[in-house]
Write a new protein. Structure first.
Length: 387
């Protein structure tokens, strides 16, 4: 069993966090109930051409015919067809949706061999400004000319570390893996900005599902019921009523204490004159009155230790048993075995259905709890499946 999120969001993050967008030039938003509408950004669309082994094969690249933006009728066309290079186009006008004409979705799903790319085509809403500890709801309506499986991913960056704004908790509401059908359905995701990110990005990944478990650990087999049409999928996907709302500060959010004020350089010889009316008249002998400048800080993010003593044994047929040393404050662990990524709360993992005769590279990293960034990947361990 494995989770889609890590590989999917890795590709998404590299595009989302490096896109150069015009933030704050205009606004596009809607208000739901008592929540405050968040200003939207410009949509960016990306097509890919290679898999995670950086290999290109004609027919496996994602292809976009055109994109028409809702409300503005702006058209993004002129997309390349046979090309291994990634290609992105960003709308110049704000919009709450789009009609994307997909001529080839890319790789088909394969849960056993590792040859997949779950985000060959993406629709991204990048760098949306948010506040620390606030509750956010992302919502949109979607339908397609025929069933299209997709994955909804979220990303942010704090202190140079890529992560999710909701930390170790998955958003509540709709599943992250969705089946966009011919009937319009509304998808809603609510989460708290636990990591105090200043901005976050959303991606609707219109490639293929590459995992039986999503980020929250839910089995997606009840959603992904028929993948026979995924390879070479073509048609239109329609997204409308995209909105982001701010539900205010989560009462459970606990920011770190403010940093201490900068010390004065001289000796304070002043006294408080008379009745305290709220103004202190102390004078600093180094010159001038002593004033206190408020210091605004964000919660610090401590980094988890690197995982050590990773071992892998091939004791059973087509199976690897992987173990490692526990890391303090780790909530869970991500384990890379070749091209696949697994998640576990234990300090061991058994991976089955591997290829006999193939050498696998294994790495493990500790994942964060609130206030902790993910640890560095462990040193690589290589093992050959001999039986």
């Amino acid at each position: 069993m494995r989770r889609i999120f890590n590989k999917a969001i890795a590709g998404f993050t590299s595009v989302a966090l490096t896109a150069t967008l015009l933030l704050g030039v205009g606004t596009a938003s809607t208000v739901k109930g008592d929540d405050t509408a968040v200003d939207l950004n410009y949509w960016t669309f990306t097509r890919g051409g290679v898999d995670y082994n950086n290999e290109y094969a004609n027919g496996n690249e994602g292809r976009i015919g055109s994109v028409v933006m809702n409300g503005t009728n702006e058209v993004l066309d002129g997309w390349r067809t046979l090309s291994p290079a990634e290609e992105s186009k960003t709308a110049t006008q704000l919009s709450t949706g789009f009609d994307i004409n997909i001529t080839n979705t890319g790789w088909d799903v394969d849960w056993t061999t590792g040859t997949f790319n779950p985000w060959q085509i993406q629709a991204q809403m990048n760098d949306v400004a948010i506040e620390a500890g606030h509750i956010y709801t992302v919502s949109f309506t979607a339908y397609a000319t025929k069933t299209k499986y997709a994955y909804v991913g979220f990303s942010c960056e704090v202190n140079g570390v890529s992560m999710t704004p909701y930390d170790v908790d998955a958003p509540t509401g709709s599943n992250l893996t969705i089946a966009i059908t011919t009937t319009p359905n509304t998808y809603t995701y609510t989460f708290t900005n636990w990591v105090s990110a200043e901005a976050f990005s959303t991606a609707i990944m219109l490639g293929n599902v590459s995992s039986q478990l999503d980020y929250a650990g839910n089995d997606v087999s009840d959603i992904v019921t028929d993948t026979s049409g995924e390879n070479g999928w073509n048609g239109h996907v329609y997204v409308s009523d995209f909105s982001i709302t701010d539900g205010g500060l989560n009462p459970a959010f606990e920011p770190t204490e403010p940093a201490p004020d900068r010390p004065n350089t001289g000796t304070n010889t002043g006294t408080n004159t008379g009745t305290n009316t709220g103004t202190n008249t102390n004078t600093n002998v180094s010159g001038g009155s002593s004033t206190t400048t408020p210091v605004v800080t964000t919660p610090t993010v401590s980094k988890l230790a690197q995982v050590k003593k990773v071992k892998a044994k091939n004791n059973k047929k087509r199976t690897l048993k992987i173990t490692w040393k526990k890391v303090a404050n780790a909530k869970k662990y991500k384990v890379k075995v070749g091209n696949k990524t697994y998640t576990t709360k234990k300090v061991k993992l058994t991976v089955k259905k591997l290829k006999v005769g193939k050498r696998y590279t294994i790495r493990v990293r500790a994942m964060k709890t609130t206030g902790y960034a993910a640890g560095a990947w462990s040193k690589k361990v290589k093992v050959k499946v001999k039986k």
